[in-house]
Structures are given as structure tokens and as C-alpha cells.
Design a protein around this ligand. Structure first.
Ligand SMILES: [Zn+2]
Length: 208
């Protein structure tokens, strides 16, 4: 599968360029960068998109933020992207990857801001905040790679306030949130990248 980015390059090339755009802070990050550079995509339909979210996620870890990346896609093209920036360069509690991608799209003056015909991919299951944000946006399909049993909202959909569930279900077609169709190894990759600094950042947050 070859997906074109908005700049006209293949998404794979765009991801490789991103991987070259930063210096690894430590050896472990360098190992993961090398793994992503040499990743062999499976024929699963969402592999390339999820791989790219992992590229963004690793960049976030290198910056000292939670390792999560997200993209908004229309007709196979990435039209906006985001990565977690909740800690650095400044504390911004709402700067989750999905929220950053949505804001990047909505604030682009060349677009209407309407995401109702688009799909989002995230390397990690959405938290409650992002789930509500995405329901409100009207984006039709959201796929995530790694489950987040601790803070993920999508696997406990029934616990969302009924107003949001009704809103998502009433849209035509209804909004859908679920697991990406990608390889198990890519799910593990997304999960491991998120785990690289999760403990230390969670401790920093708990100490506030
Ligand atoms: Zn979130």
C-alpha cells in the first residue's frame, strides 16, 4: 500500500525524513529509530498509517513527552498530524496527539475545518478527553494501535456519558471507534514506544 502525503511524497518517505530530523537523546531511542527505519510493513490495510504514528510517537519520547502520535487521513492522504506535547517545551495538559492533529486541521485556513469525511489513526487508544473531543468534531472513524487498559476510553465505551454515545450513534453514518487493522508486531511497537518513558512522566504528573 502506498499512501501519498499532502506534500506529494509517499508517507513512507515522509516518515523516514522525520526520523532523520532529530538527534536521539540516548541509545535506546536510537535502537527504536533504527527499527522504524528498517520496518517491514505487512499487507494489513492500516500498517503504513500506524507505522507513521509510531514515527511521530518516538519523536515525542525523544522530546520528553508521552510517546503517542496521530494522523488525520482523507482519501488515503495524511492531511494533518500531531504528537504528544504535554510536557515540553512547556506544560500543556491538553496537547495530546489526537488533539494536536485535530487542531492542526481545524486551524488550517485552507480547509473548512470539517472532518466529517475523515479518519484518524492514533498509536494509542484514546483517553476520555480525546474521545469526547473527537466525538464533538464529527470525525467518522478513529482507529488506534496499542490498547491503553489504564487510561483508554474506547474499550470502555459504555462508561461514556450517554449524551456522547448518543451523539456518536446519531450521526449519519455513525461514528466508529476501534482497533486498527495492522500487524501484531506494529501494535507491540506502538505499545513499547509508549512505555519508554510512561512511568517517569506519570510520576512527574503525580508530583504536581
Ligand atoms: Zn488524549
Amino acid at each position: 500500500m502506498v499512501a501519498k502525503s499532502s506534500e506529494g511524497h509517499t508517507l513512507w518517505d515522509r516518515g523516514l525524513a522525520r526520523l532523520e530530523s532529530w538527534s536521539a537523546r540516548d541509545g535506546e531511542l536510537e535502537v527504536w529509530r533504527e527499527r522504524l527505519r528498517n520496518w517491514r510493513l505487512s499487507p494489513d490495510p492500516h500498517d503504513l498509517m500506524v507505522w507513521y504514528t509510531c514515527v511521530l510517537a518516538l519523536e515525542s519520547v525523544n522530546e520528553g513527552n508521552f510517546g503517542v502520535g496521530a494522523v488525520i487521513v482523507r482519501d488515503g492522504e495524511v492531511v494533518a498530524e500531531g504528537r504528544n506535547q504535554a510536557f515540553r517545551p512547556n506544560i500543556r495538559g491538553a496537547y495530546h496527539a489526537e488533539a494536536r492533529a485535530l487542531e492542526a486541521y481545524e486551524s488550517n485556513t485552507n480547509t473548512s475545518g470539517d472532518v466529517s469525511d475523515m479518519t484518524m489513526f492514533s498509536s494509542l487508544e484514546c483517553c476520555p478527553m480525546c474521545t469526547v473531543l473527537l466525538i464533538n468534531s464529527g470525525i467518522r472513524n478513529v482507529y488506534y494501535a496499542a490498547p491503553d487498559p489504564s487510561c483508554g476510553m474506547l474499550s470502555r465505551w459504555e462508561q461514556l456519558p450517554p449524551g456522547y454515545r448518543t451523539l456518536a450513534a446519531r450521526r449519519i453514518p455513525p461514528q466508529s471507534f476501534g482497533s486498527a487493522s495492522c500487524s501484531d508486531s506494529l501494535v507491540k511497537c506502538a505499545m513499547t514506544i509508549f512505555s519508554l518513558n510512561e512511568e517517569s512522566l506519570s510520576a512527574a504528573m503525580a508530583a504536581r
